[in-house]
Design a protein around this ligand. Structure first.
Ligand SMILES: Nc1ncnc2c1ncn2[C@@H]1O[C@H](COP(=O)(O)OP(=O)(O)OP(=O)(O)O)[C@@H](O)[C@H]1O
Length: 261
């Protein structure tokens, strides 16, 4: 598939607020994108368009070759995996971890009278193992640490074998060890050619895993820069995006940024 995402001049307005302003963005098969920008830049809104969960006020958006507005979003959504704090909030703390993953196959949170095939059970447990949380499969979701919950959410997002995986701030709230473990898991995912196309939203260049290929910088709903990571995670575009004079360092496959002042 050539075009996984194709946004043309996408604008989202709510009342008098313009949340996204003329966003044009192309994501192709096998690419791994990072979306970076300060608080309120419009990152989550952009991800909602990519997830087929919001329509542009103007402009056009194609997701997995389907034009939003002309496709049945209920057919489109199972092809897209999403992990976000908003979705995690809808998971009952008493829900068994394996069920959190399993219910994704039915596009819903909460286990409620469905019948699951043995293969689905096996896949859910395998995904939990892949993300290092297999030993918690039979525990209640609410008893896990923040980092463990994040990994369960990614396993859940992968349950439907999606073509596109959207991760909204997966490292938010993690301590240093938790962040590094998550970054390592995402690096493995990014480097695996069988993985879906990945889009990761973050505030911090330190959270960009190795294996990611492209970056989009957003500020005030506008694209400040988009392209290969090496081009985009440079001092000039990053400083412009965050409104700070930034010093950016690349060490091996990871980045770090700090203010010069
Ligand atoms: N329904 C709405 N009505 C008015 N403004 C909204 C609405 N939804 C979002 N916004 C505003 O749009 C802006 C962008 O929000 P969004 O959540 O997309 O940003 P973000 O880059 O993900 O921010 P953060 O990094 O803080 O999570 C914010 O200023 C937010 O307050």
């Amino acid at each position: 598939m050539a075009g996984v995402l194709g946004l043309r001049d996408v604008t989202v307005r709510r009342g008098t607020t313009t949340i996204l302003d003329g966003v044009t963005w192309d994501v192709a098969d096998s690419e791994r994108w990072v979306v970076l920008g300060p608080n309120g830049a419009g990152k989550t809104t952009l991800l909602q368009i990519a997830a087929g969960r919001m329509h542009p006020t103007s402009g056009t958006a194609e997701v997995l070759g389907e034009r939003l507005g002309a496709v049945d979003v209920f057919e489109l959504r199972p092809r897209i995996g999403v992990a976000s704090a908003a979705l995690a909030d809808r998971i009952s703390p008493s829900e068994k971890v394996v069920d959190v993953v399993l219910t994704a196959a039915y596009g819903m949170t909460g286990r409620w009278r469905e019948r699951y095939e043995a293969l689905d059970h096996e896949r859910a447990r395998t995904l939990l193992d892949v993300f290092g949380v297999g030993r918690f499969a039979d525990r209640a979701f609410g008893t896990l640490s923040e980092g463990e919950r994040k990994r369960v959410q990614i396993a859940r997002a992968l349950m439907t074998d999606p073509e596109l995986l959207l991760l909204d701030e997966p490292a938010a709230g993690l301590d240093l060890g938790g962040r590094e473990e998550l970054v390592a898991a995402l690096t493995e995912l990014a480097l695996d050619r069988r993985s879906p196309v990945l889009v990761l939203v973050t505030h911090h260049v330190e959270e960009v895993p190795a294996g990611f290929t492209h970056g989009l910088l957003l500020r005030d709903g506008r694209v400040e820069a988009a392209g290969t990571l090496a081009d985009v995670l440079a001092e000039e575009p990053l400083s412009r995006t965050f409104g700070l004079d930034l010093e950016v360092e690349r060490r091996g496959d990871r980045w770090a940024a700090r203010s010069r002042r």
